[in-house]
Design a protein around this ligand. Structure first.
Ligand SMILES: Cc1cc2nc3c(=O)[nH]c(=O)nc-3n(C[C@H](O)[C@H](O)[C@H](O)COP(=O)(O)OP(=O)(O)OC[C@H]3O[C@@H](n4cnc5c(N)ncnc54)[C@H](O)[C@@H]3O)c2cc1C
Length: 406
């Protein structure tokens, strides 16, 4: 017997959580669930066959559906064209998106949260069009010698006499850097002996920008992650976001949100993996029994169910803490804990599910195979698991064990 479709296996009722979800949160969750099941999941195999790149007309349709479902720019303010969701509401949406493979949700119109700190002019030129799905941004921090350790960033922004800055940088792994119309670039303004980490808005049309390499990666993703050179690129004083020297603070708040988002998407991945694999194992017979009746198959699924359930509570609790205005440092530490736990658990879950599918689990048409490749990067980007552990340990020492655990 072959795998049942998702529609046959998923319950119709929304997943209940022990959080006080109001009507609006439930509506948002339902919209994201419908969009994921009706739009994203049916496109997965085509996206995989095309190495992640769907045709333009299909992408346009995904954007239209997302707009109609009210899912664009979730965390951005309504004044800027976003939805003004809380982090809890956003996490519920990311959880649904996480149930689909190939990151097709990346086409849902959105923009990095730093635009909330940008000038009115930048909001008009970049943020509003991004939330309408007319352009994409990219965020360039990592370099050849600066990954986990941003203090090694070599990018410089030299003040120009008469105003503005001259930017020189080589940025690595710039997600959507191949298609972006605008980059947010981290560079050090040199002020005497001091290096002031600063975020700059750099329009793609500026002279001096060159894509040096657009390598293939393990996952089949909608866009590339190219290496980009910025050579003597001139930007205006007004192109600084968050003030000169304000780059690290903005970066920290971005990391907190992104890590909660990854934690939520990993819960969604485990949810889908367990649905599909339980259905398969209950239907597959070998050696005179359903393979679900063999503990070698079923116990790993039980362990992943426990991980998913615990990870879900952790991710949503951190989101709710952030919404309640808890100490941002504590939230930062706990967001790292949620990202660490859920990304490691989701990868384990995908590996277990591949094993339960046997040879079928090694086919690219199989959801567990795709998740196994796609979830790997969640243990690397937005800070590796080792860096999350460092942040958690710092939290244990500075915030105290009790605050970190409760
Ligand atoms: C697909 C993809 C997309 C990405 N998109 C973007 C993007 O859009 N923008 C962007 O700026 N960056 C992006 N990145 C970069 C990503 O954030 C970095 O790869 C990540 O932070 C790790 O940095 P690194 O690759 O330089 O590894 P390194 O920092 O060199 O780490 C190598 C290994 O050493 C370990 N390590 C390092 N320091 C320590 C320590 N102090 N203690 C213990 N272990 C340590 C790490 O955990 C890791 O295992 C992307 C990366 C990938 C793979």
């Amino acid at each position: 017997m072959e795998v049942k479709s998702l529609a046959q296996t998923s319950p119709t009722a929304l997943a209940e959580i022990p959080f006080d979800l109001d009507g609006r949160a439930r509506e948002i969750q339902a919209a994201a669930r419908g969009f994921t099941e009706d739009v994203l999941i049916p496109l997965e195999e085509e996206a995989e066959r095309r190495s992640g790149r769907l045709p333009d007309d299909v992408v346009a349709e995904v954007k239209r559906e997302a707009t109609a479902a009210g899912l664009c720019g979730g965390l951005h303010s309504p004044e800027h064209g976003g939805q003004g969701w809380s982090l809890l509401e956003w996490s519920l949406v990311e959880e649904q998106f996480g149930r689909s493979t190939n990151a097709i949700h990346w086409h849902v119109p959105n923009a990095y949260n730093v635009w909330g700190h940008a000038s009115d002019d930048h909001v008009e030129r970049y943020l509003r069009p991004a939330l309408r799905g007319e352009l994409r941004d990219a965020y360039a921090v990592t370099e050849r010698d600066a990954g986990s350790d941003p203090s090694r960033i070599g990018a410089t922004a030299e003040p120009i006499a008469g105003g503005g800055f001259r930017l020189n940088a080589e940025k690595w792994f710039v997600t959507s850097g191949d298609v972006a119309s605008v980059y947010v670039v981290m560079a050090n303004v040199i002020d005497g002996g001091a290096k002031l980490p600063t975020l700059f808005v750099v329009d793609r049309s500026c002279p001096g920008i060159e894509i040096l390499d657009d390598p293939a990666f393990t996952h089949s993703y909608p866009d590339g992650h190219p290496t980009i050179a910025f050579r003597d690129v001139e930007v205006a004083d007004a192109d600084v976001i968050g003030g000169v020297g304000g780059g690290e603070d903005l970066q920290r708040s971005w990391f907190t949100e992104e890590r909660i988002g990854i934690a939520a998407r990993c819960v969604g991945a485990m949810w889908r993996l367990l649905e599909e694999t339980t259905a398969w194992a209950a239907g597959r017979e070998q050696g005179g029994s359903r393979i679900l009746d063999y503990q070698g198959v079923s116990f790993p699924l039980a362990d992943s169910a426990a991980d998913a359930s615990a990870g879900r509570l952790l991710a949503l609790m951190v989101a709710e803490l952030a919404d309640a205005g808890a100490d941002p440092k504590l939230v930062h530490n706990k967001a790292s804990m949620a990202k660490l736990f859920n990304s490691e658990a989701a990868y384990r879950c995908a590996d277990r599910c591949v094993q339960a599918f046997g040879g079928r689990g090694y086919l690219r048409s199989n959801v567990a195979e795709r998740f196994l490749r796609e979830l790997r990067v969640d243990r690397i980007w937005e800070g590796t698991s080792e860096i999350q552990r460092l942040i958690v340990v710092r939290g244990l020492e500075r915030r105290g064990v009790e605050r970190m655990l409760h």
